[in-house]
Design a protein around this ligand. Structure first.
Ligand code: 13P
Length: 251
């Protein structure tokens, strides 16, 4: 039985005051809700410590959006896995399409980050997804296969028990165009089979695969009803407490 995960990727939104306000609203909203899922928020670095203090004792868990692949050193402006852990982070998003395209992150770098996260007891939310032109060329599966296998290269299955994969078709991110539930389910099924072939059936069965890309309260129920969709990685809709709470309820 895979427990669903609803994770909110705040991206570069919300200063400390706005973060506190949003978290208060979420905490209030969750008081009367028995969430049957794991709820994770991923605020920007500057709000992590405060978020951690606020959600202590609640059902909300904390994640970060990025970190540097090295353990420590002269990397001005960067944040390490250990630093994230010290703020109370349990999860970290790795390989988001915005990191891949805007910050030129490669599959090799993402592989190093996954290793560093796991070595520091951070649970990776490892993102993969095809571009619109790749979908139109019918090479979605090849792209996803490359991203998944390169990202997880040289890992033994025992190492990956806390891994979460997020399938986020790039053409659906921030565009209002969601993959329809069947399109999403097809890719999730493909990823699970791929993991089964390359790792093990047992791991494939337990692995949680989230969908991301314009998830909203009015489409989340249908997406989450799919057999291989184990949750959502929400962008825009997680910035509004009511809409994030409604997505949580739909899980
Ligand atoms: P939107 O929900 O705004 O499309 O963003 C999805 C996303 O990138 C989550 O990581």
């Amino acid at each position: 039985m895979r427990i669903k995960v609803i994770a909110g990727n705040w991206k570069m939104n919300n200063d400390l005051f706005e973060s506190k306000d949003l978290i208060s609203r979420l905490l209030n909203g969750l008081i009367n809700t028995t969430a049957n899922c794991e709820v994770v928020i991923c605020p920007p670095f500057t709000s992590l410590s405060e978020a951690s203090a606020m959600i202590k004792g609640s059902t909300i868990k904390l994640g970060a959006q990025n970190f540097h692949q090295e353990e420590i050193g002269a990397f001005t402006g960067e944040v390490s896995a250990k630093m994230l852990l010290s703020t109370g982070c349990e999860f970290v998003i790795i390989g988001h399409s915005e990191r891949r395209t805007i910050f030129m992150e490669t599959d090799e770098l993402i592989n190093k980050k996954i290793l560093r996260a796991i070595n520091n007891n951070l649970k990776p939310i490892f993102c993969v997804g095809e571009l619109l032109e790749e979908r139109e060329k019918n090479i979605t599966e090849q792209v996803i296969q490359r991203q998944v296998l390169k990202g997880l290269e040289n890992f033994s299955v025992g190492y990956l028990k806390n891994l979460i994969i997020a399938y986020e078709p790039v053409w659906a991110i921030g565009t209002g165009k969601t993959a329809n539930p069947q399109q999403a389910e097809e890719v999730h099924h493909f990823i699970r089979k791929l993991i089964e072939r390359h790792f093990s059936q047992e791991f494939a069965k337990s692995l949680r695969i989230l969908y991301g890309g314009s998830v909203k309260p009015d489409n989340s129920k249908d997406l989450l009803a799919q057999k291989n969709i184990d949750g959502a990685l929400v962008g825009g809709a997680c910035l509004n407490a009511d809409s994030f709470l409604n997505i949580i309820k739909s899980a």
